[in-house]
Design a protein around this ligand. Structure first.
Ligand code: PLP
Length: 397
């Protein structure tokens, strides 16, 4: 018998985003590939975490998380999302929303079940399902405004369908699902008796329309597993603090799998986040949307000027741009060509599609401090004269 990796490992592939970040590092470029969010961490969050470390809050916590953060999240869920939940039995603090989704899949899905993803999708959603031996099914969001129909949902359903994943605002499309679309999904979920997973990590990054939590739609509370976290809102992607809100029927099993894989989210960082939620005023969250809409417009205007026509996102902090004019046989070659020419890293569109689609798209992330984003745009704009002359803006290698 020869040594080998598991079949599971063979089925999962390294994230294209990480690959691009490594390439960017090699050329000391500006990384608009990864959603690393290098803006400042709010002061109350930082200070409370430091105090917690100094005050000795450094041990394992209850798997569901410390009481102050569960309480703070429950209050925020009512205030912002309109969801009433019991902090004792319906809130689980996780190691990021990534951990929240993985633990939820293990608790609620069996091998061979199917879960519907909207495409273009976030790669971790797909790979988490694959790791849990759940088969993905796809509903295509049609560019440039990422529409779908109730018939599209029905076509994706089979007798094995157990769940559907909503990500609004969405990575990578920036789609903000409308109430009507969520109502279609709700009716579909009831008809097929599905669990609705909803990843709301970008809930405060909404520029057009408004954020609606699917659990607030009539009849949805029991079947909805709401996942979110503070990586993006507080610029703490490395802290790993997220959460799940769900009916108490599911919560214990989800907490159990969280315990098994991660034991608990980092204890002092739970306190930092709790304090941030409790102390930061409404204006903090409004400012996020105000600041990011400026970043969005700067990047989208730049891309328009050089002929990489963007689909202007309504939320989140990514832009999918039409890369047809870049040289290369596929989107990987196109994003590499752009990196070579400008030192600006993007992600190949193929990372967000399971079939051959996405080859003419590349994704940029604008969660950058203003200085770096302006420098990236300055470099991209150097391609403008060529775009205006109608010659290839990036040379073939
Ligand atoms: N969900 C989506 C849609 C994301 O885009 C990301 C990060 O890019 C995450 C989840 C990761 O969140 P966390 O840091 O809470 O695990």
């Amino acid at each position: 018998m020869s040594l080998s990796l598991s079949q599971r490992a063979a089925r999962t592939i390294q994230s294209e985003i990480r690959v691009m970040s490594i390439e960017c590092e090699k050329v000391k470029g500006i990384n608009l590939a990864q959603g690393v969010c290098d803006t400042e961490v709010p002061e109350p969050v930082r200070e409370a975490a430091k105090r917690a470390i100094d005050g000795g809050i450094n041990s394992y916590t209850r798997a569901e998380g410390l009481a102050p953060i569960r309480q703070a999240i429950a209050e925020k869920m009512l205030r912002f999302n309109g969801i009433q939940c019991d902090p004792e039995t319906e809130v689980i603090v996780h190691s990021g929303s990534t951990g929240a989704f993985y633990a939820s899949c293990l608790a609620l899905l069996d091998p061979g079940d199917e879960v519907i993803l909207f495409e273009p999708y976030y790669g971790y959603h797909l790979n988490t399902l694959i790791a849990a031996e759940v088969a993905p099914a796809f509903v295509i969001l049609r560019a440039p405004d990422w529409k779908f129909s109730p018939e599209d949902l029905e076509r994706a359903a089979t007798p094995c369908t157990r769940g559907i994943m909503i990500n609004s605002p969405a990575n990578p499309s920036g789609k903000v699902f409308t109430r009507e679309e969520l109502q279609w999904i709700a009716a579909f979920a009831e008809r097929h008796d599905l669990i609705v997973f909803t990843d709301e990590i970008y809930e405060y990054f909404v520029y057009e329309g408004r954020h609606i939590s699917p659990a607030t739609l009539p009849g949805m509370r029991e079947r909805t597993v709401t996942i979110s976290g503070y990586s993006k809102t507080f610029s703490i992607t490395g802290w790993r603090v997220g959460y799940t809100i769900c009916d108490r029927k599911w919560a214990q099993a989800i907490a159990y799998f969280h315990d098994l894989i991660y034991v608990c989210a980092p204890a002092p960082l739970q306190i930092g986040v709790a304090e941030g939620i409790a102390k930061l005023p409404e204006s903090f969250y409004q400012k996020i949307a105000q600041d990011y809409v400026k970043k969005r417009d700067l990047l989208c205007d730049t891309l328009t000027e050089i002929g990489l026509t963007p689909s202007v996102p309504k939320g989140a902090y990514y832009v999918l741009a039409d890369a047809s004019i870049l040289p290369g046989r596929d989107s990987k070659e196109k994003s590499m060509a752009l990196l070579r020419e400008t030192g600006v890293a993007s992600v190949a569109g193929s990372a967000f599609y399971h079939g051959g689609d996405g080859e003419n798209l590349i994704r940029f992330c604008f969660a950058k401090n203003d200085k770096d984003l302006e420098e990236a745009c300055r470099r991209l704009l150097l391609l403008k004269p060529r775009a205006q002359r109608g010659v290839p803006i990036v040379a073939m290698k």
